[in-house]
Design a protein around this ligand. Structure first.
Ligand SMILES: Cc1cc2nc3c(=O)[nH]c(=O)nc-3n(C[C@H](O)[C@H](O)[C@H](O)COP(=O)(O)O)c2cc1C
Length: 224
């Protein structure tokens, strides 16, 4: 099982530790695990050349290309972020912005249907559920049909201060997610909502409503 982890922060706090617990359960060997932190990714400038022309022309391709390729090769994509002001970190969002061209209306990667997404967040009190939902929305629009969410209030500013009771709750969520991931990884996933949306997008491409670059891509993949 190939796993890629996108860390929305560079420090090793509660969110990082929850992700570690999940990785301990999934036990990928060294070659099957790629980890990246979003901190080094520059902010998207909004030039839209990735969408309108070619992702290779993105001025930040050197920073994001390797990460995006690792996502495309993985069976399981884990994205994690602490909750900041009820949202994911700006760094993780900026990484996601660099993948706008991979959204369904544009050029979704054909392997996405075989992937599982995992969204992880911790908050001191509220907002972790919202963050995991926002991350899963990104996965969905990339075309990933199945995702799991681990969102947890930890009532603490750091992992060392998280109570035993909360840790047990986290372990239970992590074990349950790991069991499902092991069961489904590497298999084709299904989502009726995604299948319908895919057909709508195909109709839009056929009708010439999107860019020529996107239309050509859908044609090359035999989707229209
Ligand atoms: C800038 C900032 C904003 C935060 N915003 C929230 C928030 O909206 N809701 C919340 O419950 N906790 C918030 N917190 C607390 C963290 O989400 C919480 O401590 C989290 O577990 C930190 O994860 P980490 O240890 O992985 O950094 C915030 C912390 C920081 C530094």
């Amino acid at each position: 099982m190939k796993i890629v982890v996108l860390h929305g922060q560079s420090h090793h706090g509660s969110t990082w530790n929850v992700t570690r617990l999940l990785l301990e359960q999934l036990r990928p060997d060294t070659e099957s695990l790629r980890e990246f932190t979003a901190n080094g990714v520059p902010q998207c400038m909004g030039c839209a050349v990735c969408i309108l022309q070619d992702e290779g022309k993105c001025p930040h391709r050197e920073s994001v290309g390797e990460i995006i390729e690792a996502i495309e090769q993985a069976d399981v994509v884990i994205a994690e972020s602490p909750t900041y002001c009820m949202a994911m970190t700006g760094q993780l969002k900026s990484l996601f912005d660099h993948m706008a061209y991979r959204w369904l209306p544009h050029r979704p990667h054909p392997t996405m249907a075989n992937k599982i997404g995992v969204a992880i967040s911790t908050a001191a009190g509220g907002g972790a559920g919202r963050v995991t939902k926002d991350i899963v929305r990104q996965f969905f629009w990339w075309g990933i049909p199945k995702s799991y969410r681990i969102g947890q209030p930890v009532f603490a500013a750091g992992w060392d201060h998280v109570s035993e009771k909360t840790r047990r709750k986290i372990e239970s969520k992590v074990c349950s997610a790991a069991e499902k991931i092991r069961r489904h990884a590497g298999k084709r996933q299904h989502s009726l909502r995604l299948a319908v949306l895919f057909r709508v997008m195909a109709a839009m491409q056929r009708g010439g409503k999107m860019s020529r670059v996107d239309r050509a891509y859908w044609g090359t993949n035999g989707w229209i």
